[in-house]
Design a protein around this ligand. Structure first.
Ligand SMILES: Nc1ncnc2c1ncn2[C@@H]1O[C@H](COP(=O)(O)OP(=O)(O)O)[C@@H](O)[C@H]1O
Ligand code: SF4
Ligand SMILES: [Mg+2]
Length: 358
């Protein structure tokens, strides 16, 4: 198999947290041993509720800041071996787009300047050339520099503003774009337009994407592969078609079940309370309900058994799964075909069979 564009292995990220006395007396393990690969030209989506560690993972992949432990290799080189200008170059090749473009872009700068600024950093000194390139970049995102170039970010609609953020990211000639909830705050119609734009740019520019979202339904159309994250750990990963059609982790099933219930809620129907997966929260990785050992999902899991409290599940291929489909669960949801539906005991997979989420 070809070398991935980005390879992360056992990435751990922690934060010191203050107690009532104002001293560092605890640690939040926001990312807890995540491994993933992103290949050239593909879109990997990382999905999970608020607080599951997605943004922390994204920053760790860019070494901003570096993870507490584990390794991230980009274009074949471990980022721990890069320093100074070389690390800045690698980070420039991994551009991030954030949820709220109004705060991630300078609201007082004209659009043309926002887009041209990374060109200065890249060494393009000629002002006329920068203006021309900014025009090309805006054109690529469906904006006209003669119409929008002099306007300020705060004067634009949310969708236009996100297009400017994309043009600015493209100015750095990235190989990978990390879109952290980049369409989450947009109207449904605008979401679809921006997702289509990003998907088109992937093909025309040969980009790769890491899409981060709290809503599995949102990224369905654009994902080649998905990785579902809960309280710092990946619990299911695989080809998008396979995971959406045959989810095997109880949390993924819950996330997918939440979609119709959210639609019902929008229609004013009774939903039965909490709506996990629809912008709900994964809880607190520092809380007693999220101990380091055992399955972190067990307090919510309808399939939990005694073993789930003591043994941490790792990503393995469950019986009956398709190629590349891995699940971290001692008792995964049976595969749909009755003949391949295994008993819980047959899921007892040795930790030695651990595989990475590649
Ligand atoms: N700088 C920080 N200091 C302390 N805790 C943090 C910090 N950043 C994130 N966290 C905690 O780490 C967990 C994961 O947060 P985050 O990565 O933002 O999740 P997500 O993007 O999935 O919503 C949360 O419990 C959050 O409170
Ligand atoms: S390991 Fe146990 S608690 Fe965790 S998801 Fe699987 S069945 Fe549920
Ligand atoms: Mg986030």
């Amino acid at each position: 198999m070809k070398e991935p564009l980005l390879r992360a292995r056992d990435v751990v990220q922690e934060f010191a947290v203050r107690g009532h006395g104002g001293v560092h007396d605890g640690v939040v393990r926001a990312v807890s041993g995540v491994s993933l690969d992103i290949y050239q030209g593909e879109t990997l989506s990382v999905v999970g509720e608020t607080g599951s560690g997605k943004s922390t993972l994204a920053r760790s992949l860019m070494h901003a800041p570096p993870p507490k432990s584990g390794d991230v290799a980009f274009q074949g080189t471990s980022l721990t071996r890069l320093h100074g200008a070389a690390l800045r170059d690698a980070r420039r090749a991994m551009q991030m787009i954030f949820q709220d473009p109004y705060t991630s872009l300078d609201p007082l700068w004209p659009v043309a300047r926002i887009v041209a600024e990374p060109l200065v950093a890249a060494g393009m000194r000629d002002r006329a050339k920068r203006r021309q390139r900014a025009g090309e970049l805006l054109d690529q995102v469906g904006l006209d520099i003669s119409v929008h170039g002099a306007r300020r970010a705060r004067e634009l609609s949310g969708g236009q503003c996100q297009r400017v953020a994309i043009a600015r990211a493209l100015a750095a000639s990235p190989a990978l774009i990390i879109a952290d909830e980049a369409v989450s705050s947009l109207d449904v119609l605008v979401q679809a337009q921006v997702l289509n734009l990003l998907d088109g740019l992937r093909t025309s520019l040969g980009l790769s994407y890491l899409f981060i979202a709290h809503d599995l339904a949102l990224v369905k159309q654009v994902s080649d592969r998905v990785a579902v994250m809960y309280l710092g750990r990946l619990c299911e990963t695989g080809p998008a078609d396979e995971v959406y059609a045959r989810p095997r982790h109880p949390y993924t099933v819950e996330l997918l079940d939440a979609v119709p219930r959210v639609e019902q809620a929008a229609l004013g129907k009774r939903t039965g309370g909490d709506l996990p997966g629809a912008g709900g929260t994964a809880g607190d990785p520092a809380s007693p309900a999220s101990p380091p050992s055992g399955c972190r999902f067990r307090t919510r899991c309808p399939r939990a058994q005694a073993r789930c409290a003591t043994e941490t599940p790792v990503l393995v291929a469950p019986p009956g799964s398709g190629p590349g489909h891995l699940v971290a669960c001692h008792f995964p949801v049976p595969a749909p075909a009755p003949s391949s539906a295994p008993s819980p005991e047959s899921h007892e997979i040795s930790r030695n069979e651990e595989q990475s989420a590649s």
